[in-house]
Design a binder for this molecule. Structure first.
Ligand SMILES: *Cc1c(COP(=O)(O)O)cnc(C)c1O
Length: 482
């Protein structure tokens, strides 16, 4: 994707690829969408794909593959141990990150499970810029605690700070002083951050954080699941890196860390994951967990086809034209929404466009889940599925109190190379309509609340008949249009 100038002066992202395989979509009428919302317990994770028009739930495992990836999947070497396919993947990881050892795992959270089991003990504290749901669940399951050290701007939904995912270095120094290095098995950097809007870190900040850790002998771990967008943002927003290639930036980042793990459902446009490191002793501490939980050391739960696709996908990630597609499209969507008065997170980040649900729906109390209500309202308004990223995605404290999320967001993910411009503009139009009619939207309450990762499979109901009212208004305004 390129920022090509148009004669008209319009700012239109231009795809540098063509579509050669398509999938038919279904757009059910608004009455069916209200029914489907109820059947899914008002949880967008539980909607069925047949009821969804534009699936903007996630960018995980749903990115379009390239012709080269698809071709590579046909020539894989299928053997339990020692397959040439694994060797190709391992060599690509080493080439890109400059690491020497690689442990495969079936996806990102599986890497987190292995790292947490190998290093986290009860009472430990794991500093990070911001948590991710599955990361936190693995650490707390083992009796550890997460400490978030993000800069204050990171939690301001509107800002012009280019690197809202940065660590606050003073907070880091103060934490080390307060708890002592013996209680910090490692520090984790999430580049870029998922839950606060795909906001990136600068290379400068990563270097400073890792420098402080080296001074104190603290191991550093990079969650590189969302690295592809972060690489592009560093290239575009960090003046000192403007002259570096994506490959050079990748290497400069990787050189700072002891362990790098990633979800290949995002990094590499496929499905899978893995842990890379330079040090043999670190590898030895995690190695035996791989055959126990994932699969043998030369596949780790991944199919050989997927491993071939990751190898090609990682190489494609080094191409700025390829990785710019997501951020440019997301920036376009955010701008179109802002033009229509819809509150979004700024600056636009990676992985998706994020609506600020607290501002969109100020009438809804935090304990009635503004972002959860907005997610289901956007689905009813247009058959567009997003993901709640707010209080619903939090975990209750052991005493049952419900922590209120710092930010209450609806994420509209932009799977890479999947949607067209008119589809994005359709989503923008329906969201703008909903915004005009926002006073009709009400809250949600629990019907079934699981004790852990409740946002995945919990069921809720509307606190009033607001969904019927919203559907009636839709019919009034749109006539017999879907
Ligand atoms: C998606 C994601 C993970 C988990 O990866 P899965 O492959 O979905 O298990 C971990 N960290 C970050 C930052 C992610 O975005």
């Amino acid at each position: 994707m390129a920022n090509i100038k148009f004669f008209s002066g319009e700012n239109i992202p231009l795809e540098l690829h063509k579509v050669r395989m398509v999938q038919k979509l279904n757009l059910p009428p608004v009455e069916r969408r209200v029914e489907a919302a109820a059947e899914a317990g008002n949880n967008t994770f539980l909607l069925k794909n047949k009821d969804i028009f534009l699936d903007m739930l996630t960018d995980s495992g749903v990115n379009a593959m390239s012709d080269r990836q698809t071709a590579a999947m046909l020539i894989c070497d299928d053997s339990y141990a020692g397959s040439a396919t694994f060797t190709r993947l391992e060599e690509k990881v080493h080439e890109i990150f400059g690491t020497k050892f690689f442990l495969p795992a079936h996806q990102g959270r599986a890497c987190e499970n292995i790292i947490a089991q190998a290093f986290v003990r009860p009472g430990d504290i794991i500093p990070m810029n911001f948590h991710f749901t599955t990361t936190k669940a693995h650490i707390t399951r083992l009796g550890g605690r997460v400490e978030e050290l993000i800069i204050d701007e990171g939690l301001q939904t509107t800002s012009d700070m280019p690197f809202k995912g940065n660590f606050d270095l003073d907070k880091l120094r103060a934490l080390i002083e307060r708890v002592g290095v013996e209680h910090i098995p490692f520090l984790r950097v999430e580049a870029g951050t998922n839950l606060i809007g795909g906001q990136p870190l600068s290379l400068e900040n990563m270097r400073a954080v890792c420098g402080i850790c080296r001074e104190h002998g603290i191991m550093t771990v990079l969650d590189a699941s969302l690295l592809q967008d972060n690489l592009y943002f560093i290239k575009k927003r960090e003046a000192a890196c403007a002259g570096m290639s994506i490959r050079e930036i990748t290497r400069a980042i990787a050189d700072e860390f002891d362990i790098i793990y990633f979800s290949a459902r995002k990094l590499g446009f496929a499905r899978g994951g893995g842990i890379a490191m330079r040090d043999k002793a670190l590898c030895e501490r995690m190695k035996e967990l791989v055959p126990m939980f994932e699969g043998f050391l030369t596949y780790g739960g991944m199919s050989v086809r997927e491993m071939e696709a990751i190898t090609v996908g990682l190489e494609e990630t080094m191409d700025e034209d390829v990785i710019s597609q997501g951020p440019i499209f997301i920036d376009f969507m955010c701008n179109e929404l802002m033009k229509r008065g819809v509150p979004v997170v700024t600056p636009a980040g990676g992985l998706g466009c994020h609506l600020n649900a607290r501002e969109f729906l100020p009438q809804i109390d935090d304990h009635e889940y503004p972002a959860g209500a907005l997610a289901i309202a956007v689905y009813i308004a247009g058959g567009v599925r997003g993901m709640e990223r707010g209080t619903l995605s939090e975990q209750r404290e052991p005493d049952g109190t419900e922590p209120i999320a710092d930010v209450e967001l609806l994420r509209l993910a932009m799977p890479r190379r999947v949607f067209t411009m008119s589809q994005v503009l359709y989503a923008v139009d329906r969201i703008a309509w909903l915004h005009e009619n926002r006073e009709l939207v009400g809250g949600l309450r629990w019907v079934e609340e699981p004790s852990s990762l409740r946002f995945f499979f919990g069921r809720l109901e509307p606190t009033s008949d607001w969904q019927q009212k919203l559907a009636r208004k839709f019919r009034d305004d749109f006539g017999d249009s879907l």
